[in-house]
Ligand binder design. Structure first.
Ligand code: GCO
Length: 474
């Protein structure tokens, strides 16, 4: 099997709201998550990111641990409300200063900064004017992106506009589980288009600044979640269900980013149900011009699909309890339903562990969009880690999970798919949006009873060796 290229980006990822804490420090404005997580009944036992991992105040220690782990790159997100406390208007110099310090600290250890502009923490002030349903927010995003490029683009050469558009839109506007807590499928369609416009406008700003030589020439793209579907049987109705799922959950979101248009079948479907998005003159040209240099893929699980009659199961509430088996079948009547595959293992949160899905999923991207560089921007397992009597964190299941998925990347590289990096989720235990701190992802444990003391897990030492051997020793 092919080896990993010598400059392969071995990394780990986080997101501002999930690690930073310091939610009111140094002039930061409130984000939608600061407000939403303080509302009763919105998150697991009322957990929130007020303190999180306190990475904002402990970034130096964190970067030192990353350096010792051997990370070649660190993916973090910028909190828009630190840069613009009101989403637009006045820039907050202390917000700029924080990310500048973080970037310098990373570079001191030769860790390549990989920055995400939007990982779900929209400034509340922008939500107050309609959030992603208001086109003015797309313009505000482009301005915010421009400021970030200008301020950090002399040192940052990898950029992501958005993280997991599918999830923040579906959870925020269809399932009512993320802010703004809306349950209205009609609004999903409109929001999707406005976010795509925001992405395209940010890319246009980036190209402009690069052309003018004002920033370093780098690479920019988007991180999408990849949750490939597989038919549960070879019955034609199940295969049809899988195809319907792929169009609705993937092509609808990937096509505008990777080829500048929307899939016709889905367009027709939405139009017949509640109307297609409002596409203004020039929108499609803008999307087409916004070429991504790569696509980031967040892969955790796959899903299995079966036929769902018109009077079949609909959306059911997603499991936020952490109790295995509480995830129910769910689907879109007439299109597909997601079912449990009895032959494979599921995590404690009922996520299907299926490394082959990663390989197959990125193969499908290449087949549909042609050769495009791919970076795995997230991959990991949420689990309740075991702690030994001596305090050691025994996270062997994480090692096994990551190993199998890294092998899947290796197989993809052997198939000549240009995978240029792999970011484990996450470097450190962080806040799970809905599942609090009980769902752990990190190489580094945080003792929440002992002043957030950091402790290396088994997986930390394992990943250290993986990086040292450039993936030869897994
Ligand atoms: C969780 C999720 C997150 C996401 C990440 C997506 O449990 O809250 O797994 O950690 O994976 O934020 O980009």
């Amino acid at each position: 099997m092919a080896n990993f290229p010598p400059d392969f980006l071995w990394g780990a990822a986080t997101a501002s709201y999930q690690v930073e804490g310091a939610y009111q420090q140094d002039g930061k404005g409130p984000s939608i998550w600061d407000i939403y997580s303080h509302l009763p009944g919105t998150t697991y036992q009322g957990t929130n990111g007020d303190i999180a991992a306190d990475h904002y105040n402990r970034y130096e220690e964190d970067v030192r641990l990353m350096a010792e782990l051997g990370l070649r790159s660190y993916r973090f997100s910028i909190a828009w409300a630190r840069i613009f406390p009101n989403g637009m208007g006045e820039v907050n110099p202390e917000g700029i200063a924080f990310y500048s310090r973080l970037i310098d600290e990373l570079l001191k250890y030769q860790i390549i900064p990989f920055a995400t502009l939007y990982h779900w923490d929209l400034p509340q002030a922008l939500q107050d004017i309609g959030g992603w349903e208001n086109r003015a927010v797309a313009d505000a995003f482009a301005t915010y992106a421009k400021i970030c490029f200008e301020q950090f683009g002399d040192r940052v050469t990898y950029w992501l506009t958005f993280n997991e558009v599918i999830n923040f839109i579906m959870l925020g506007y269809r399932d009512g589980l993320h802010p703004p807590g809306v349950k209205d499928e009609r609004r999903v369609v409109e929001v999707t288009h406005i976010v795509n416009i925001a992405h395209a406008k940010a890319i246009a700003e980036y190209r402009q600044l690069t052309r003018e030589g004002k920033i370093l020439a780098g690479k920019i793209g988007m991180a999408h979640v990849l949750l490939p579907g597989f038919p549960i049987s070879d019955q034609p109705e199940d295969i049809q269900a899988y195809e319907n799922y792929e169009v609705m959950d993937h092509h609808w979101f990937y096509d505008p980013v990777l080829r500048g248009d929307y899939p016709q079948t889905m367009w027709n479907y939405y139009q017949s149900k509640w109307g297609a998005p409002t596409v203004l003159e020039g929108d499609l040209a803008l999307l087409k011009q916004a070429k991504s240099d790569f696509i980031g893929v967040n892969y955790y699980q796959s899903t299995f699909l079966a036929h769902n009659p018109l009077n079949g199961v609909g959306l059911t509430t997603i499991n936020t309890t952490g109790e295995k088996g509480s995830q129910k079948e769910s689907g879109i009547p007439g299109l597909f339903k997601r079912v449990i595959n009895p032959n494979i293992d599921y995590t404690d949160w009922d996520w299907a562990i299926y490394p082959e899905g990663l390989h197959e999923g990125i193969k499908r991207i290449q087949e549909r969009y042609g050769t495009i560089p791919i970076v795995i921007t997230e991959n990991g397992i949420g689990a309740k880690d075991a702690i030994a009597a001596n305090g050691e964190i025994l996270d062997y299941p994480r090692i096994e999970y990551l190993k199998q998925h890294i092998l899947a990347c290796k197989r993809a590289i052997a198939d000549s798919i240009p995978v240029f990096g792999y970011f484990a989720w996450s470097y450190i235990d962080l806040l799970s949006w809905l599942n609090g701190y009980q769902k752990q992802y990190g190489f580094v444990y945080i003792d929440r009873e002992k002043d957030l003391e950091r402790r290396k897990k088994q997986s930390y030492f394992w990943y250290q060796r993986v990086i040292q051997t450039n993936g030869a020793k897994l």
